[in-house]
Each structure stands twice: as structure tokens, then as C-alpha cells.
Ligand binder design. Structure first.
Ligand code: ADP
Ligand code: MG
Length: 415
């Protein structure tokens, strides 16, 4: 985890350096070429001669802008490339504003707006994939022209403002695309890592689980024997057996994590599956003062499924619903056919609900908020539903509790 983070930070650092180098090249090439052609070559060809360096900041504007280069190189070497782009945009805006005001303020000269370097600033701003920098450039340029326009009271500034708004919009679209592209890549990468982690955990869990199962079943057998032999001496036996069952069910969950069981599809009755689930969870529900109301809409067709696994799904979901209501409440189970070929099952509780942030963690292995939870129930549930080509959704609020909806195809193709 730490490794991959620091290596991705290093990679980002190199990306920033590359982008900054590119930016510096573009900046100086475009700037110098533009100055050379516009103020030295063209005027000479026309016979007007060189006029520029005498105006405004004169030669100083070159000295300042070229003087930034050693600073940039120093910052790059110091390992702080991130500030270089800001150094350039701020310096340029300030220097160029002063320069323009010196040339035009108090004169009758009409303001000649627009500079290729500003276009470079705006159009290439997406290379840093940084929204803050993008806004600095776009808003900075617009402010620069607004200030100049206000001071000089010259309507000429409207043209560059309009053009730069359009260019900014283009740059923004590119930036957003880059950004979402990178986000997707990061997500895919995360997903891959998660799967890899799961596979390793899974294999380990399956191996260990397998080893635990045999001693566990003899332990349970002997405990039962002991209980039968001394029926009146000890009331810890039922608890011991119950706890052994609990270990067993955890081991079973862990094992499905490792090697997904082969699914055996056959026709099964959803009513029977739900009834079985409720009978298993009934004791726990009663203990906690939870009642269950079931509504089945009309005659329900049998569905293609692995009945044993679906029972596991609904046991997990109903148990979660019960556990969300430690002070009692009501669970509503609804079953109906939708779209002619899908079975809809919803389980609604009046419990504590799941807040938005945690909704994302549901189904992550070992994610639990319970003192003695395993955080495996929903993971197994998700896997089984996926194997059945179904869907599960959670609708939850801390006020109204949680509604879990499972949609399963009635017919499995190729089964
Ligand atoms: P466990 O039940 O062992 O904690 P699960 O995978 O079944 O593991 O559930 C993970 C977590 O999801 C629970 O700890 C709980 O915080 C939350 N959760 C699941 N179902 C519900 C529900 N019906 N109401 C409130 N929270 C729930
Ligand atoms: Mg659970």
C-alpha cells in the first residue's frame, strides 16, 4: 500500500517535471519567435525599423522574463517543480500589465491587444492536469485585460477577452477529459489491486478454512456427546455448540472467498427458499423483538438457481436486517415477478441504516461495523448474486432504515 503510493507520487513528480520542461520550451520558443518576427523582422521588411525596446519596460521585459529561467532551473533541481508554472503566469501577468500601461497610459495610441504567449498559456494549461492552475491562467488573463481596459478606458480589450474566454473553454474541455481519463485509469488500477489482494486472501483463507473444518466437526461431535452424557451438569454446552456453529459459518464464508463454489442450477421455489430462511433466523428475530411480514405477489414461477446458495443470500440479508434493529422492529419482505422474466425480492428494515460513505464499503471483505461481525456476509452475497447474473441494490437512510433489493433472472441461459 505504502509502496505503491509512494511510487505513484514519484511518477506524478516526474510527470510534473516533464510537463514543466515542455512548458518552459514552449514559453520561450513562442515568446522569442513572436517578438522577433513581430517587432524586428516585419518592421524591417516594411522599412519601419525597430521600435519596440524603447517602449514600455523596453529591454527590461526580456531581462525579467529570461531572468525567470535560472530561478525555474533552481526550483526544478531543488525538487519543487510545482511552483514554476505559477511563477511564470504571475510574473507574466504583472510584468505585461505594467508594460502595457507604460506604453499606452496617457497617450492617444490605440491599445494593440493579444499576444501569442497568452494563447500558449491558455491552450497548454491542460498539460498540468491541474484545475487550480487552469483557473489561475484563465482568470488571470481576463483580469489583466479588464484592468488594462478600465485604466485605459479602451474598448479594444473586448476582443482578447472574448477570444480568451473561447480558448479557455476549449482548454477546459481538454482538461476535464484528461482528468476523467486519469481518474478512470486510477480506478481500474485500484480495482486490479483489490482483486489481486482478494485472490491472495482468498487462497489463504480457503486453505486455512479447509484445515479448520475437520477438527471443528469432531469438536462439535464430542461436545454434543458430552452434552448427552451429562445432561444436567452444565448449561454451557448449548453455548459451546452455538459458538462452534458460528466458527463453522465463518469458515464457510471464508472458503467461498477463495474458490467460488460450482453453482448447480435447478428449478427452485422462491417461496420455499424464503420460508426456510425465515425459519432459520426466527429465533434470533424473536429474541430481539423483530417481526417479519412477507408479501408474495400471486403465484410465483420456479426460478433457475442454486437453492442452497440463495438460502445463504437471504439468511445473510435477513440477519443483517435483524441486527440493524437491536431494539426490535419490523422487516418487510416482498416478492414479485417483474418484466415477465425477473424475480424481485426486497427486504426492508427499520434499523440504523447505513450512511452514504459506508454504502461504498458494503461487500468489501472484512468490512463490518459490528462488534462481533465478520464483514463477509455481503461479500459472499454479492458473489452469489453475480453468479446468478442478478443485481443487488441498497437503499438506506439513517431515518427509515435499509431496503435491500435483489433482482434475479427467472431463467438462466446455458444452464
Ligand atoms: P457483518 O454482518 O458480519 O458485519 P456484512 O457483510 O453482512 O458483515 O455487513 C457489513 C456491514 O454492512 C455491517 O457491519 C453493517 O454495518 C452494514 N449493513 C449491512 N446490512 C445492513 C442493514 N440492513 N442495516 C444497516 N447496516 C447494514
Ligand atoms: Mg452480516
Amino acid at each position: 500500500m505504502k509502496d505503491s503510493n509512494s511510487s505513484s507520487t514519484t511518477k506524478m513528480f516526474y510527470e510534473e517535471k516533464k510537463a514543466t520542461k515542455l512548458f518552459l520550451w514552449l514559453f520561450y520558443i513562442f515568446y522569442l519567435a513572436f517578438e522577433l518576427i513581430y517587432y524586428y523582422i516585419f518592421p524591417n521588411l516594411d522599412g519601419r525599423g525597430i521600435t519596440k525596446p524603447q517602449e514600455g519596460l523596453g529591454i527590461w521585459i526580456y531581462i525579467i522574463l529570461l531572468g525567470l529561467l535560472p530561478i525555474a532551473i533552481f526550483l526544478m533541481k531543488k525538487g519543487n517543480p510545482y511552483v514554476i508554472k505559477y511563477l511564470y503566469i504571475y510574473s507574466f501577468i504583472v510584468v505585461d500589465t505594467v508594460h502595457n500601461l507604460l506604453i499606452y497610459y496617457g497617450t492617444e495610441k490605440s491599445f494593440a491587444a493579444g499576444d501569442i504567449i497568452e494563447v500558449v498559456f491558455i491552450l497548454f494549461s491542460p498539460i498540468f492536469v491541474n484545475k487550480k492552475y487552469f483557473w489561475t491562467v484563465s482568470v488571470g488573463m481576463l483580469l489583466k485585460y479588464m484592468i488594462i481596459g478600465l485604466i485605459l478606458l479602451d474598448p479594444q480589450v473586448v476582443a482578447p477577452i472574448v477570444i480568451y474566454i473561447i480558448l479557455s473553454a476549449i482548454a477546459f474541455v481538454i482538461l476535464i477529459r484528461y482528468d476523467s481519463y486519469i481518474l478512470t485509469l486510477t480506478e481500474v488500477h485500484e480495482e486490479l489491486r483489490r482483486k489481486e489482494k482478494l485472490a491472495v486472501i482468498g487462497q489463504m483463507a480457503a486453505a486455512i478454512g479447509h484445515e479448520i473444518r475437520n477438527p471443528l466437526s469432531s469438536l462439535k461431535g464430542f461436545t454434543q456427546l458430552q452434552q448427552e452424557r451429562y445432561p444436567n451438569t452444565n448449561d454451557f454446552y448449548p453455548i459451546m455448540i452455538q459458538e462452534i456453529d458460528r466458527i463453522n459459518s465463518i469458515v464457510n464464508d471464508l472458503m467461498t472467498l477463495g474458490k467460488p463454489k460450482e453453482i448447480k442450477f435447478s428449478k427452485a421455489n422462491i417461496e420455499e427458499i424464503i420460508a426456510y430462511t425465515l425459519s432459520i433466523t426466527q429465533q434470533q428475530a424473536e429474541r430481539q423483538g423483530v417481526s417479519v411480514e412477507t408479501t408474495m405477489a400471486g403465484p410465483l414461477p420456479p426460478i433457475d438457481c442454486d437453492g442452497k446458495q440463495l438460502k445463504q443470500v437471504f439468511i445473510n440479508l435477513i440477519k443483517n436486517a435483524i441486527e440493524s434493529m437491536p431494539d426490535g422492529g419490523k422487516i418487510k419482505v416482498r416478492v414479485k415477478v417483474i418484466e415477465g422474466n425477473k424475480m424481485y425480492i426486497s427486504i426492508k428494515d427499520e434499523g440504523c441504516g447505513i450512511d452514504g460513505e459506508n454504502l461504498l464499503n458494503l461487500g468489501e471483505p472484512f468490512y463490518t461495523t459490528k462488534k462481533d461481525g465478520t464483514g463477509l456476509g455481503l461479500m459472499v452475497t454479492n458473489q452469489i448474486i453475480k453468479d446468478h447474473k442478478g443485481h443487488i441494490t441498497f437503499d438506506s437512510s439513517q431515518l427509515n432504515g435499509t431496503k435491500v433489493t435483489v433482482i434475479l433472472p427467472i431463467f438462466q441461459i446455458n444452464s
